[in-house]
Design a protein around this ligand. Structure first.
Ligand SMILES: *Cc1c(COP(=O)(O)O)cnc(C)c1O
Length: 384
């Protein structure tokens, strides 16, 4: 499975026979696919996951991207969907029924938690949150009716890691599915399937797209699991990826490995600047040698991306507001993973914030000149 390298996958896999020798894949902007006769038509319908019938199921532009991401993640198969949260929702729902229980990392993506807290209770599904940094805590949270252990490593505001090998070994022994949100590390820096995790999900709106111009998600796993998701939630809920969006992501991933290297390099420079700054309480970045889970980060991931958090040395919301407004090159926005630097204070997400979270700021370090970004932060920190 691993004989292909990143260049083979990103630039060549599945790209040798485009019509007219085109170097770029066609955008198959079609809803339906036609058959020559009754027999072929019937045969295709009997196995929709492996045939082109209707673009709510498969589409050649979409499938080309899926093939590449599946290989990059060391999985057998992938399914592209119309958002990251749809990738999460489809994979969770597909393996649950009324009365089941799910163990989930407490600091996971906000809409993942919304699914567990507001949506699943309507169908009699319960959950237990865990911090996730200690495997025993996860083992202790599992009940008779636990069907899924849901991970996000690292979490993307508080940067908490889970030990993927320990958790998947335990889950296998209990027949529990493991699902992980791998958006932060990308398949370039972390391949959870190598540690025995069953299903990997990504928000492709982040690094896979890489240009802040698409919303998409992808699910990767074993043939059997992806086929199951295809035939249950995917076809019914219909969060269909369109071929142009797949084409944009195909364009995005050609530079994924190069962009990630630069995000990592820039992030380390910004991290070092922030760490020594007198107005900064602490920095949260898994590849900081002082990070509490640094050893695990190095073991599970080959590198880090551009997203990190830090705490300002203040307990006043006015200071957080002024700092945020002073910043020039970091744009004030949600999301991350594009070429550009972004800033998001935790305080924009809620009115009743705890004293602990009030000074927490998340930044996405983009592909700009790092010195420019450092000067920008330095200038804004003067108001603290
Ligand atoms: C953005 C994000 C999602 C959701 O992805 P969308 O494409 O916005 O639906 C899920 N998980 C993480 C970690 C994210 O950052």
């Amino acid at each position: 499975m691993n004989e292909l390298n990143t260049t083979d996958i990103l630039h060549h896999l599945g790209e040798n026979d485009f019509p007219f020798g085109a170097v770029n894949p066609p955008i198959y902007q079609t809803s339906i696919f036609c058959y020559k006769n009754f027999q072929d038509f019937k045969k295709a319908i009997s196995d929709e996951p492996n045939n082109y019938i209707y673009s709510r199921g498969n589409n050649p532009t979409v499938n080309l991207l899926e093939e590449k991401i599946a290989k990059l993640e060391h999985g057998e198969r992938a399914k592209l969907v119309s958002s990251g949260i749809s990738a999460i929702t489809n994979s969770i729902l597909s393996f649950l029924k009324s009365g089941d229980h799910i163990v989930c990392v407490k600091d996971s993506y906000s809409w993942t938690k919304n699914l567990l807290e507001k949506y699943l209770p309507r169908f009699g599904v319960t959950h237990t949150y865990v911090e996730g940094t200690n495997t025993q805590e996860i083992i202790d949270a599992v009940k008779e009716n636990t069907k899924i252990i849901y991970l996000e490593s690292p979490t993307t505001f508080t940067f908490k890691l889970q030990n993927l090998k320990e958790i998947s070994d335990f889950a296998k022994s209990k027949n529990i599915k493991t699902i992980i949100d791998n958006t932060w590390a990308t398949p370039i820096y972390q391949n959870p399937i190598d540690y025995g995790i069953d299903i990997v999900v990504h928000s492709a709106s982040k690094y896979l797209g890489g240009n802040s111009d698409v919303v998409a998600g992808i699910i990767i796993g074993k043939e059997q699991d992806i086929r199951h998701i295809f035939q249950t939630e995917f076809q019914n809920i219909g969060t269909v990826p369109d071929p142009f969006m797949a084409w944009l992501i195909l364009r995005g991933i050609r530079t994924l490995h190069i962009r990630l290297e630069k995000h990592y390099e820039n992030a380390l420079k910004i991290m070092n600047f922030l760490k020594q700054h007198p107005k900064i309480e602490n920095v949260l970045y898994p590849f900081d040698p002082d990070f509490p889970q640094y050893e695990l980060a190095k073991k599970q991931m080959k590198g880090g991306s551009g997203l990190m958090s830090f705490k300002l040395k203040t307990n006043k919301i006015e200071k957080v507001i002024e700092f945020t407004n002073r910043i020039n090159y970091f744009k004030r926005a949600v999301s991350w993973g594009g070429y550009e630097s972004l800033i998001m204070p935790y305080a924009v997400t809620t009115d009743n914030i705890s004293q602990e979270l009030l000074p927490l700021i998340r930044i996405h370090v983009g592909l700009e000149d790092p010195q420019l970004l450092i000067n920008d932060l330095d200038e804004a920190l003067k108001i603290i």
